[in-house]
Write a protein that binds this ligand. Structure first.
Ligand SMILES: Cc1cc2nc3c(=O)[nH]c(=O)nc-3n(C[C@H](O)[C@H](O)[C@H](O)COP(=O)(O)OP(=O)(O)OC[C@H]3O[C@@H](n4cnc5c(N)ncnc54)[C@H](O)[C@@H]3O)c2cc1C
Length: 409
């Protein structure tokens, strides 16, 4: 009998899960239900490329033909309201009941809410879904000044999109520095200087008190001073979207708890992507969601289980003409030592080393330079025996490569 696979959510985890299922089960019925309009798209573009046509085919993860060819049915605009785990049934917002043999929950994450006074005024936005980006762009079309609350990657990429579109931008961050999770102090302050050189104002360690205006935004109060602005867009973190599972018997903590096979505690129910918590980790990153989707899909259709191996977190930043990437563990306090190199052209690289292994890197280079570092982190290459204090980073990377070649021979 044909198996009935249901997937909730139309993000990247869902698409890759559906493909993995189809690769193993040519006959099964695969249905993907999503609350948003249209086919699954590249969510990252909502900040990286805000002013592009977000409804063009270029933004799709896969084109319509691909789903037809794969025999994967996508039902956009179809919110699942309830999971009946006893009956193996889903209930849509329109009241339709849908049976499943295997279910995958990929409902992603929700943006954390800004809770200060005035956050409900017209002109305040937080972008997670495409319709929110559409509404934001329409609102600011005839306006000039946007305040961005949140100096993480999403906020800064939005700031860059706005700056390129000729808007006046103010970035406001509560932490002492920008992108504090991904960057060290040196690169954070380089980034701040670069953004300021583009004409944007940047506040760090800011106390954000309220959004002011009658019905709509006219300013934001920071450090007891009102900064006039026409709109506020905030990106202050995400939380797994647990709405569907809160009142059913599926184990949750910060996210839906999954094992290495992406199984939840519910029979025949898997989860993947931003909604999950795996080994106490909630990643909230594109590459991790994609890989978890692949593993979940494989295990839904196969009797030979595959385990999820954590994808090394990689952040790629291209805004304000300051390309950079950061990867792995970049917290000095968790490492035994770091190696730093900076030259007069502004090139900067920092390696993070723990237990004689490279565990992370921050580099002010384009992501094309990331490959050797990725390979070294993935393979847990050893730097034992290398005179790290006398070598350059390039020499260390070469020595690692030479060792690998010798081992392979
Ligand atoms: C603006 C922006 C920029 C980003 N930039 C980066 C970046 O640079 N690098 C990076 O690694 N990551 C980035 N991310 C995060 C990345 O997009 C996510 O990690 C990834 O999209 C997660 O994929 P997912 O499939 O788990 O869930 P999502 O992409 O969140 O998709 C979940 C889908 O499920 C739908 N859904 C929820 N509940 C229901 C329901 N009850 N019924 C039906 N459908 C439902 C939602 O509407 C949504 O369409 C960014 C995110 C945003 C918003």
């Amino acid at each position: 009998m044909k198996k009935n696979y249901c997937i909730i959510g139309t993000g990247v985890a869902a698409v890759h899960a559906a493909k993995a299922i189809r690769d193993l089960d040519p006959d099964g019925h695969i249905a993907v239900y999503g609350a948003e309009q249209g086919l699954p798209y590249n969510r990252i573009k909502l900040s990286k490329d805000l002013f592009a046509d977000l409804h063009s085919e270029k933004v799709l993860i896969k084109k319509g033909k691909w789903y037809d060819k794969q025999g994967i049915q996508v039902f956009p605009n179809t919110r699942i309201e309830r999971i009946d785990i006893e009956q193996h049934t889903l209930v849509t917002a329109a009241g339709e009941r849908l049976d499943y043999d295997k279910l995958l929950i990929c409902t992603g994450a929700k943006n954390c809410k800004l809770t200060i006074n005035g956050a409900d005024k017209q002109g305040v936005f937080s972008i997670r879904e495409r319709h929110e980006a559409d509404a934001f762009k329409a609102y600011i079309e005839d306006k000039l000044h946007v305040a961005i609350v949140g100096g993480g990657i999403q906020g800064l990429e939005t700031a860059w999109s706005l700056a390129k579109a000729g808007k006046k931008v103010t970035v406001i961050e509560a932490a002492p520095r920008l992108m504090a999770r991904q960057l060290d102090e040196r690169v954070s302050s380089r980034l701040k200087e670069t953004i300021e050189a583009w004409g944007a104002q940047v506040y760090v360690q800011a106390s954000i008190q309220q959004i002011v205006g009658e019905e709509s935004v006219t300013g934001i109060m920071v450090n007891n001073e009102v900064i006039p602005c026409d709109s506020v867009a905030y990106a202050i973190g995400v939380i797994p979207n647990l709405d569907l599972v809160l009142d059913i018997a599926i184990e949750t903590n910060r996210g839906i708890v999954v094992n290495d096979q992406m199984e939840t505690s519910g029979t025949d129910i898997y989860a993947a992507g931003d909604v999950t918590e795996w080994r106490s980790i909630v990643d909230g990153l594109w590459d991790c969601a994609m890989e978890q989707g692949k593993i979940a899909g494989h295990n839904m259709a196969s009797t030979e289980a595959r385990d999820y191996q954590r994808v090394i977190p990689l952040t790629v930043f291209n805004a304000f003409d300051l390309p950079m990437f950061t990867m792995g563990v970049v917290d000095e306090s968790q490492c035994d030592m770091t190696m730093i190199e900076e030259d007069e052209t502004g090139k900067y690289t920092r390696l993070f080393i723990k237990n004689n292994q490279i565990v992370g890197v921050i580099s002010l280079e384009s992501v094309v330079a990331a490959q050797p570092y990725k390979a070294a982190i993935d393979s847990q290459a050893s730097v034992e025996g290398l005179a790290l204090h006398q070598l350059t980073i390039q020499e260390v990377m070469r020595a690692i490569k030479d060792r690998e070649c010798t081992t392979v021979k």
